[in-house]
Ligand binder design. Structure first.
Ligand SMILES: Nc1nc2c(ncn2[C@@H]2O[C@H](COP(=O)(O)OP(=O)(O)OP(=O)(O)O)[C@@H](O)[C@H]2O)c(=O)[nH]1
Ligand SMILES: [Mg+2]
Length: 594
């Protein structure tokens, strides 16, 4: 199906035309009928000659109901702009057109109605000229009468051509329904209605309201119960939710949108006040922002040129590229719709430094609303963040589900070896820079990113970033190297008599120093607390080979002039290295190296 909203000055015949096209009454309220005035949004639908189904959202023209008009037009992809032949272009024609221009509506038609009352020619020419200025120059025009039915067939044909041209929305897009009506159905709870612009809603879906989760209990489309519906469509959803939903609220796919009250935008002034040459008078600092059926107080902070930061009175679920309509909430101005604001970043960074605003404006001035521009600002974003901000990730993630700005990633790659080198210099006894320390040093949000930055000659080993083995030997600090030399000298006479822990400490070889010396290969640790100069195991095997084979621990101890405390673990070490092997419970023999 398709959805088209009406627009046009009060009393120009919008509702009459919808009634004539659909046979349904868009003005439902008794007050509306008594006063001949649309107050609430009206809904009616019909089948076009092609068989396509078309629903109208009929909006009020009276200036007091502009917010309601915006709620109707906002989510609709196309508009039927109505002008009365006998009255021609009027103030609300101008205001509604400014709204369409601000919202960037590009699809529509011009219906010059009440053609039974006056020649539609002059009104058509006048309206067509105005529409052209607002970017709706190419739309088809048709003269009709809602009263006599004249021109209605032509209008139906124009509608058919219009809907045939509309882009097909993505049925897998995330759902966002701006609630434009809420009512209670006895026995079945709360029903909300709205325009579903894209995506699919099905019975059983779990959606999100500002107040929490909402489960879809039933779906109706044009008064028929359906298991699911894909946008574009007018939908009525029966919801089970903890708090009652309200008009102006929004129902969304959980996690698929960024709930935000600060956005950076590109401002486009519209209507008679817009002056593209000079930029026009400055926007008031406080405006009302409209999107869908929502309206929020909005503070405007100009950053430079057309770029501004908006602070909204309440968080709204937004995507990159969304358009907020900015309106002067005062009643004095003839046209209160002032601008459209296209979201360039739904999660902008704080501007703290002097000059940050101007830099930000320059950065965003040329920005296309896409993943690349978001990554330029945010540097690293997860796939889910990007999607919630409204764009599909481009290219491969750098790690897990992280996407990076290419320039930033290159800089990180270049910085890591330096950081690792500095860490090694400052912590000579440690085997490398802990990955977590590197994460903090590079300001990264996830340790996995560090691992992805590590490239040869760097490597990750036991949670630390290490350089190649050659570097590690060279890295033994001079004080420790000297202590190792003292130990060697001390053991010159009895090389297999490993010193006690106390003596090691006196030599300047505490646990850390020993660990570092073992890592670099200067010392050999055969067991906890049993440390010998490097190569002692090979020398021991040589001496043991000269003994009659097999030999006992005592025989080995005597041959090496060592102690039992050292000999037992040393022989076990030699077993592990394959230099000796057990013959039975008491004896070993040397193995000839193959
Ligand atoms: N003669 C004639 N009168 C019409 C025609 N269309 C509407 N009218 C009359 O114009 C008046 C306003 O019509 P509506 O259809 O309520 O106008 P509207 O644009 O919906 O008005 P709002 O919703 O309040 O903005 C009514 O008295 C209609 O009967 C038409 O084609 N010919
Ligand atoms: Mg009406």
């Amino acid at each position: 199906m398709h959805v088209v909203a009406t627009a046009g000055h009060v009393d120009h015949g919008k509702s009459t035309l919808v009634r004539a096209l659909t046979g349904m009454e868009p003005d439902r309220l008794e007050e509306e009928r008594r006063r001949g005035l649309t107050i609430e949004l009206g809904y009616a639908w019909t089948s076009l000659p092609s068989g396509e189904r078309l629903a109208f959202v009929d909006v009020p023209g009276h200036e007091r109901f502009l917010a309601t008009m915006l709620a109707g037009v906002g989510p609709a992809p196309a508009v039927m702009f109505v002008v009365a032949a006998d009255e021609g272009w009027m103030p609300q024609s101008e205001e509604h057109l400014a709204a369409l221009e601000a919202l960037g509506v590009r699809h529509g038609l011009l219906a010059v109605t009440r053609a039974d009352l006056a020649d539609p020619g002059p009104a058509t020419a006048q309206a067509a000229a105005r529409l052209a200025r607002a970017g709706l120059g190419g739309v088809e025009r048709v003269a009709v009468s809602g009263r006599t039915g004249e021109g209605l067939d032509g209008l139906r044909a124009v509608l058919d051509r219009l809907v045939a041209r509309l882009p097909a929305p993505d049925p897998r897009a995330p759902v966002r329904v701006w609630i434009d009506r809420v009512f209670t159905v006895r026995g079945s709870g709360t029903v909300v209605t709205g325009t579903l612009p894209a995506g699919t809603v099905a019975v059983g879906d779990e959606l999100a309201l500002p107040s929490g989760a909402a489960r879809v209990r039933a779906v109706e489309c044009l008064k028929e119960a359906v298991p699911s519906v894909a946008g574009v469509a007018r939908v009525a959803l029966n919801l089970r939710s903890s708090a009652a939903p309200q008009r102006g609220q929004v129902l969304v796919t959980p996690g698929a949108w960024t709930w935000t009250d600060v956005v950076d935008v590109r401002i486009r002034r519209v209507g008679p006040a817009a002056d593209p040459g000079e930029g026009g008078p400055a926007l008031p600092a406080r405006l009302t922002a409209h999107i869908g059926s929502a309206a929020a107080v909005c503070d405007v902070r100009p950053l430079g040129g057309p770029i501004a930061r908006l602070r909204l009175g309440r968080p709204l679920p937004l995507h990159l590229g969304d358009v907020l309509l900015l309106r002067d909430p005062g009643h004095s101005a003839a046209v209160r719709v002032l601008a459209g604001a296209t979201v360039l970043d739904p999660r902008p960074p704080a501007l703290r430094r002097r000059g940050a605003a101007g830099e930000r404006a320059a950065e965003l001035a040329e920005a296309a609303p896409d993943a690349r521009s978001l990554l330029r600002t945010h540097r690293l974003l997860r796939t889910a963040d990007l999607r919630a901000m409204g764009c599909a990730p481009e290219g491969e993630p750098v790690s897990g589900d992280w996407h990076a700005d290419p320039a930033h990633w290159t800089r990180l790659r270049e910085r890591l070896p330096g950081a690792v080198g500095r860490y090694a210099a400052e912590h000579p006894l440690e085997p490398g820079m802990p990955v977590e320390v590197a994460r903090r040093a590079l300001g990264l949000p996830d340790r996995r990113l560090v691992a992805s930055l590590v490239a040869p000659p760097l490597a990750v080993h036991d949670g630390r970033i290490v350089t190649g083995p050659g570097d590690r030997a060279a890295a033994l600090p001079p004080a420790v190297a000297a202590a190792v030399e003292r130990l060697r000298a001390e053991l010159a006479a009895r090389p297999f008599l490993a010193p006690e822990a106390g003596r090691l400490a006196e030599l300047g070889l505490g646990p850390k120093e020993v660990a570092a010396a073992v890592r670099t290969g200067a010392l050999l640790r055969v067991a906890e607390g049993v440390v010998l100069p490097a190569g002692a195991d090979l020398r021991a095997a040589e001496l043991l080979a000269r003994l009659p084979q097999p030999f006992t621990v005592s025989e080995a101890r005597r041959a090496l002039d060592s102690s039992r405390r050292v000999m037992v673990p040393l022989l076990e070490h030699l077993d592990r290295r394959g230099l000796t092997e057990r013959v039975d419970d008491l004896r070993r023999r040397c193995r000839t190296p193959s």
